[in-house]
Design a protein around this ligand. Structure first.
Ligand code: FES
Length: 106
């Protein structure tokens, strides 16, 4: 199963099941991750900065396309509530602005 490594969460590795969103996989592994709209693709607070393996993600979803087009989602960012990992592993980090106060980042 493909894995996401979260660099600034002490390089925590989380397996992402086929068709599972990154957010669901992270939550299933006990990681608290900002998701202000509840995973509905209506904000960008769940984004991840992708540092490696961007090509292993599934295609952009419609909400991601919309945020990409209006400049709110950079080319190296994905929305964890929308994206899947399909063809291999990836590495990313939590953006500074959406770090949660009770989480210990590295
Ligand atoms: S939680 Fe709002 S877009 Fe992902």
């Amino acid at each position: 199963m493909p894995k996401i490594t979260v660099q600034n969460l002490h390089n925590r590795q989380v397996e992402v099941a086929p068709g599972q969103t990154l957010l669901k996989a992270l939550q299933a592994d006990g990681i608290d991750w900002m998701h202000a709209c509840g995973g509905k693709g209506r904000c960008t607070t769940c984004s991840i900065i992708v540092q490696g393996g961007l090509e292993h993600f599934g295609a952009l979803t419609a909400p991601e396309e919309r945020y990409r087009a209006n400049g709110r989602l950079k080319s190296n960012e994905r929305l964890t509530c929308q994206c899947t990992l399909e063809t291999g592993d990836a590495v990313g980090k939590v953006p500074r602005q959406t770090m949660l106060p009770h989480m210990k980042y590295s």
